[in-house]
Structure formats: structure tokens, C-alpha cells
Design a protein around this ligand. Structure first.
Ligand code: MF3
Ligand code: CO
Length: 254
């Protein structure tokens, strides 16, 4: 079932996503050589609870932490811990979800720890462009295929891989609602978008093969060929005349 949101609900979801963005900014600021991913997780959980929210991922299907911290060849769902210390040149993807006033916010960013390779910088820039170009397709009467095709076109033109195994999703009173939002597709195909629908768009792009292997912990998803991966995510509402990226001032601009 697709759940359409009222203007009032969108305002609450703005606040939930604004909190997620604040957390992601603080985590990016705190991440540096020698810092453990577990320390970043504590920082995030403290900020969320201080704001009256609840970490959305913690306990979700048994997931043990507030953040997903995915380093280098880890695509998504890296579990924060006290042993994994960041090193200069690492590529870190951070995904965060919160539940605030009954509604979910969900967003992710990827950044370098200190200076990273030119190829890592290109992967980050292209993945961010995939998100921005996918967001730009969102409008009433556009279709899910338009969203996925925008991601796929941008990534594949750059010679990068588009992960198939994980997808974006509707979001609202649940973290994952219908519809699923793949990062590939054909323009003009798939479910039609309508005002009040909110989707989390989350391109997961790799430096090589799009195939995924999962670690023995049952969560950590890596590229099969060991190449780098990047992930950006934001929540977008379809409005009568286009779209609104949820979170104050859009998604992590400036
Ligand atoms: N942003 C991801 C998603 O929407 C993160 C989920 S992590 C989990 O699926 F731990 F909650 F599964
Ligand atoms: Co998500």
C-alpha cells in the first residue's frame, strides 16, 4: 500500500530529516584519522536522543547500531565498532535514520578521511550527481523508471557500477514503505509518482563490479571485486508542482 502524506505530515518529516542531516554533518566533522566508527556512532546516538528522537536502524531486523559506517569497499550496512579506526585516505559512507514525532527521516553521505585518491573523489562526485539528477526527475506523473534511469545513466556514463541488490524506498510512519525505488530502470516505465508520496532515493555506486558479497556478520555488504563504493541518500516529497527535498534548506547543500 502506498501512503500519501499531508502537508502537516511533510512538516514533521522535514524536522526528522533535518535532524538526520545535522547528525551527518557532525559525524563528518568528527571523522578523522584515528577516530573509531564506534565513536562516531555514540556521537550520533547522543545527538538524536538529545533532540527527542530515536535511532531508526538500532534494532531494525536486529541491526545493532545507530549509524551504518561503510569504509572503502563496503557499500552499505558497515557496523560501527571500537576497533575500526579511520585512516587518512579512507572513503567513508555514513547512513543515518531517525524516528521523530512518529515519522522517519533517512539520509546518507560519503566523504574522504583527509586526502583521498583522484578516483575516490570522482566516485563521490558522480554518486552525488546521480542523487541530484534522480531527485530532479521527481514530479507528479513522472515514473519510478525515470528516477532509476537518471541514476543509471549518470553512473554508467562514468564507467561505474550500479548496485542492484539494495534499493531506495517509500518512507513515512515506517522506515521502509512502498514503493521500492531501484537505481536502474527505463524512462516512462514503472509506478507513477503522485503528490504526497515521499521516497528515499539512495544510489549505491561502485568503482567496478556492481555485485555484492555479505560478510559473516550478515550485514556488511562489500563490492565483490574489492573496489571502492559510495552512497548518498535523501528523502524527497512529490508536490503538486514538482518536488521538495526534506530537511532544512534541501540536502546537505553548503
Ligand atoms: N538507509 C538504509 C535503508 O534505507 C539503511 C538501513 S540500515 C538497517 O535501507 F540497519 F536499518 F537495516
Ligand atoms: Co534508506
Amino acid at each position: 500500500m502506498i501512503c500519501l502524506k499531508s502537508e502537516r505530515e511533510l512538516e514533521t518529516m522535514e524536522r526528522a530529516n533535518a535532524l538526520v542531516h545535522q547528525v551527518l554533518r557532525a559525524v563528518e566533522h568528527a571523522a578523522g584519522p584515528g577516530v573509531s566508527t564506534g565513536e562516531l556512532d555514540k556521537l550520533a546516538e547522543g545527538m538524536i536522543r538529545a533532540a527527542g528522537g530515536v535511532p531508526a536502524f538500532k534494532g531494525y531486523r536486529g541491526y545493532p547500531a545507530t549509524l551504518c559506517t561503510s569504509v572503502n569497499d563496503v557499500i552499505v550496512h558497515g557496523i560501527p565498532n571500537g576497533k575500526t579506526r579511520l585512516r587518512e585516505g579512507d572513503l567513508l559512507s555514513v547512513d543515518c535514520g531517525v524516528l521523530l514525532e512518529g515519522y522517519y527521516g533517512d539520509a546518507a553521505v560519503t566523504f574522504g578521511v583527509g586526502a583521498v585518491s583522484a578516483e575516490a573523489q570522482r566516485l563521490v562526485a558522480v554518486t552525488r550527481a546521480c542523487l541530484d539528477e534522480a531527485v530532479a526527475t521527481v514530479a507528479p506523473d513522472a515514473r519510478l523508471g525515470d528516477v532509476g534511469a537518471a541514476v543509471q545513466r549518470r553512473a554508467e556514463a562514468a564507467g561505474f557500477g550500479v548496485v542492484r541488490e539494495f534499493v531506495g524506498h517509500g518512507i513515512g510512519r515506517s522506515l521502509h514503505e512502498e514503493p521500492q525505488v531501484p537505481n536502474y530502470g527505463k524512462p516512462g516505465q514503472g509506478q507513477r509518482l503522485m503528490p504526497g508520496l515521499v521516497i528515499a532515493i539512495e544510489p549505491m555506486i561502485t568503482g567496478g563490479s556492481w555485485r555484492v558479497v555479505i560478510d559473516d556478520d550478515g550485514w556488511t555488504a562489500r563490492t565483490e571485486d574489492g573496489k571502492l563504493a559510495a552512497h548518498f541518500e535523501c528523502s524527497v516529497a512529490v508536490t503538486a508542482d514538482g518536488r521538495r527535498v526534506l530537511g532544512l534548506g534541501g540536502f546537505m547543500n553548503a
